[in-house]
Write a protein that binds this ligand. Structure first.
Ligand code: DGL
Length: 275
């Protein structure tokens, strides 16, 4: 075990805190550093080169803090930047370190949640346009019909703390209706953006009760537990003092206040200056 080798968790803003919550509950022994790039979020509508540049800067920063393993708890970054980082940057700069995403673990299990074989994916424009879910789900469940809906207004509503206000109902209805209009057999909806679980009360209200709504927190947490069990060489390197640190490129007091809703406990964040 190294002295300071936390697991890094990254998101463009607050959303990854929903994944971090589930990971910290499932794997409490480890040390963690969370980085939210709030100053530059949302990432969802940015072009590939920008998302890749931002994500790589955050990955570099987390590695500079001693992380051995990083979870990109952001679908947009996982869809747009993960493969290049894994295939190009890690072998060159960090051959013994690892970066994992959230799309593959979700694609691996989604088939178990549908009877009609028709599933809906709700995500940012970046995630939807990347086609990453279509590609990954096809590998594991070629028999599934997958329908996608981008929800560009949801992250801004959530980042600005407006997600439980009546004004949010309009955009919940707009995107959910558009998804269901694509196929009436949809019986499983994946929230393929780590911000979206904050909208769960409104989504549960909107969707008929036969539709399962999947959030990614526990899926990613279980997949990480499985990864660590299969990679003892990585597991042994991780430090285990139960420390949790929070960093943001944005405003500290907003992050502490707003982030605490996502994480489900009070948090105190530190500032990071990214390029
Ligand atoms: N939470 C991120 C995701 O899972 C996206 C938010 C953003 O657009 O920055 O896709």
């Amino acid at each position: 075990m190294l002295q300071n080798a936390p697991i890094g968790i990254f998101d463009s803003g607050y959303g990854g805190l929903t994944v971090f919550r589930a990971i910290a509950d499932r794997l409490p022994a480890y040390d963690y550093i969370y980085l939210g790039d709030n100053a530059r979020s949302p990432y969802g509508d940015q072009p590939f080169d920008v998302i890749y540049k931002y994500t790589l800067e955050c990955v570099d920063w987390l590695f500079s803090q001693g992380c051995e393993l990083i979870i990109l708890a952001c679908n947009t970054a996982s869809a747009k930047a993960l493969r290049t980082i894994q295939e190009r940057d890690l072998p060159l700069k960090y051959p013994n370190k690892r970066v994992l995403g959230v799309i593959r673990p979700t694609a691996e299990i989604i088939g178990g949640f549908t009877e009609s074989k028709s599933v809906g994916i709700m995500g940012t424009r970046g995630t939807v346009n990347s086609g990453s879910y279509l590609l990954e789900i096809q590998k594991f469940f070629p028999e599934l019909n997958v329908f996608q809906q981008s929800c560009p207004m949801w992250v801004p509503l959530i980042e600005n703390n407006e997600y439980l206000q009546p004004g949010a109902d309009f955009f919940v209805e707009e995107y959910c209706s558009a998804l269901l209009a694509q196929d009436e057999a949809i019986d499983c909806v994946l929230l393929a953006c780590t911000h979206y679980p904050l909208l769960l009360p409104k989504l549960e209200n909107f969707f008929p009760s036969n539709i399962k709504i999947l959030s990614q927190g526990s899926i990613v947490a279980n997949s990480l537990a499985d990864y660590l069990a299969r990679h003892p060489e990585m597991e042994k390197r991780l430090s285990k003092t139960r420390e949790k640190k929070f960093y943001t490129s944005g405003d500290l007091s907003s992050f502490n206040q707003h982030g605490s809703h996502f994480f489900g406990e009070l948090i105190t964040s530190n500032k990071v200056i990214l390029d």
